[in-house]
Design a protein around this ligand. Structure first.
Ligand code: FES
Length: 102
């Protein structure tokens, strides 16, 4: 598990991009007080999903409005047709951690 950010770093009901230098960035979403972490880059293009919206259990890409299932990362709406990496999240000591491969 890697440390992503503090709970207080993610605005309530919103998302945050976690830059990781040369490693792929991670998007953290606060959905009704539960945190989710995914790859930040959409599998369809170069859009950042941390700038998208979560609605009805789907992450909606801000560029072409494709979407992914929040829990599984499975593509839901075209043009997304490749799954999105989703990471198991733990919250401890007011920090958000996730199983992001190194
Ligand atoms: S870049 Fe995300 S749907 Fe096209």
């Amino acid at each position: 598990m890697i440390f992503l950010c503090k709970v207080s770093d993610v605005p309530a009901g919103r998302s945050k991009r976690i830059a990781r230098g040369r490693k792929p960035a991670v998007a953290v979403f606060d959905v009704d007080g539960t945190f989710h972490a995914t790859a930040d880059q959409c599998t369809h293009g170069t859009a950042l999903l941390s700038r998208g919206k979560v609605t009805a259990g789907r992450i909606v890409c801000p560029l072409h409005s494709g979407s992914f299932d929040l829990l599984s990362g499975a593509p839901v709406d075209l043009p997304c047709d490749e799954p999105l990496a989703v990471y198991r999240v733990e919250v401890r000591d007011a920090g958000i951690y996730a199983d992001v491969p190194d």
